[in-house]
Write a protein that binds this ligand. Structure first.
Ligand code: SAH
Ligand code: TMP
Ligand code: ZN
Length: 420
């Protein structure tokens, strides 16, 4: 098994090189040895489990925040991919609204065509399939792609890149909209993707994508957004430079509450649209937060270390008091938390999750058993450690009974504590 090394740079042996501009950079934090975050295991898999070192740095030249080492994408996205977008009601509603806004704002012309990169189980494109609008999903993970197809969503099971964009253009013509949610930050070769987007997008078309926002990760100390699949952590400071390299520009930004704070970026060919005043305002906001300065990341590292100490302290005390703790949702993010903090079965006896493919398996690295939600309901613990804190509103609404019976949630974002 292999990891993909960043492009090597002769200047600084041992330093990774920025995947956007090639400049060597020094990681500002290491989370140590980490497993594949969505690889849930059987006991037979334990001995051959794959690990890599999870380190993050900011490029001194283009300011892109990125992982130092990347896992081969074929080891992450395949026929047994464990993340199904439709498992959260909140995200299902979010994508219904996203589809609606695309339809209203960008798909009003004659016979419009929308392409989605990373369409997963069709959570968004299903709305266009229902309308019989021309659409195409690109989704390399065969199992989730199959769920989309079963809903009538046209899906190509491939990785999106420049050569696939050319094939789509030849076969189906140019796109009015290219959409991507929670996938751009996953793709190591963004240059190939953007060459493809540029080819496939109509002259007045829009490329709209959203990903967790670096500013939220810094302000909320949500270090668990950092894991193998998230190769990049975007800001306008870094993205504006990336798009300039491809003759494109950001014309609008739209902050979203999903995934702990995301930004939806609207991008067009250079000169094709007028930038909203929200664009310069965003540069200002990032300067105020200090996303353009190394000290910001050094301070953040101190807060991450403090968060780990506080969480281990709280969990340890609860266990000393004889309390039972169950993890709530076996998210990819929880792999970083459990492995970085060293949270094992002595602290957290199991993790409850609603996704059938995860149930009966063991969590990556720490090998905590993943159990069906019915068990959580049948034997509620004293504490639920909220690994899906990004879905807190949905979960708190659902767990009113658990709380009424004395159950409590342990949270760690934005700070360690017990709710309600
Ligand atoms: N858009 C969905 C899914 C996000 S998970 C949502 O927001 O919920 C990321 C998805 O992107 C996975 O389904 C993964 O298989 C897919 N993916 C990863 N690399 C890709 C690439 N190069 N091209 C297209 N899809 C990709
Ligand atoms: P996400 O945080 O990456 O969106 O992952 C969601 C995971 O959380 C997925 O494995 C399903 C699980 N989950 C539950 O088990 N119960 C819930 O109520 C919710 C909202 C999610
Ligand atoms: Zn760079």
């Amino acid at each position: 098994m292999t990891t993909i090394d960043p492009p090597s740079s002769g200047d600084s042996p041992g330093s990774p090189a920025c995947r956007i501009c090639g400049t060597p950079f020094e990681p500002f934090i290491s989370f140590g040895r980490q497993p594949i975050s969505n690889a849930f295991l059987t006991v037979a898999d334990f001995d051959s489990e794959f690990f890599y070192e999870l380190r993050v740095g900011a490029c001194p030249a283009c300011r892109m925040v990125q992982l130092a080492e990347l896992v081969d994408p074929k080891m992450l996205f395949h026929e047994a991919y464990a993340f199904f977008s439709g498992t959260s009601k909140g995200m299902t509603d979010h994508f219904a609204r996203f589809a609606d806004s695309l339809r209203q704002q960008h798909l009003g012309g004659r016979d419009p065509f929308i392409v989605e990169i990373g369409s997963n189980d069709g959570i968004m494109l299903q709305h266009f399939a229902h309308d019989s609008m021309r659409h195409l999903g690109v989704e390399p993970s065969a199992n989730v792609a199959e769920v989309a197809r079963a809903k009538g969503v046209r899906t190509i099971c491939r990785f999106f890149d420049e050569s696939l964009a050319r094939e789509i253009l030849d076969d189906e013509g140019p796109a009015d909209v290219i959409a991507a949610a929670n996938v751009m930050c996953h793709i190591a070769d963004l240059h190939s993707v953007l060459r493809g987007v540029r080819l496939l997008l109509k002259p007045a078309g829009v490329f709209i994508f959203e990903d967790p926002y670096l500013g939220d990760i810094i302000l909320k100390t949500s270090y668990d957004q950092i894991y193998d699949e998230h190769a990049f952590y975007f800001s306008i400071t870094s993205l504006s430079r990336l798009f300039a390299m491809h003759d494109m520009e950001i014309v609008d930004i739209d902050p979203q509450t999903v995934h702990g704070g995301s930004i939806r970026w609207t991008v067009m060919h250079r000169g094709a649209g007028r930038a909203s005043p929200r664009v310069p305002a965003q540069f200002e906001r990032e300067r105020a937060v200090g996303l353009d300065r190394d000290e910001t990341f050094a301070d953040w590292r101190g807060r991450v270390e403090a968060s780990r100490r506080d969480l281990l302290d709280l969990l340890g005390k609860a266990r000393m008091d004889g309390k039972r703790i169950v993890g709530y949702a076996a998210t990819a993010k929880s792999a970083t938390v459990t492995n970085y903090c060293g949270i094992d079965r002595d602290l957290v006896e199991s993790i409850s999750d609603t996704t059938p493919i995860k149930q009966g398996k063991y969590s990556p690295g720490m090998h905590i058993p993943v159990r069906p939600y019915a068990e959580f309901q049948a034997h509620p613990p004293d504490y639920a450690l909220l690994f899906a804190w990004n879905h807190a509103d949905e979960i708190l609404a659902k767990e009113q009974g658990f709380v009424a019976n004395g159950g409590r949630l342990i949270v760690y974002v934005p700070r360690v504590g017990i709710v309600p």
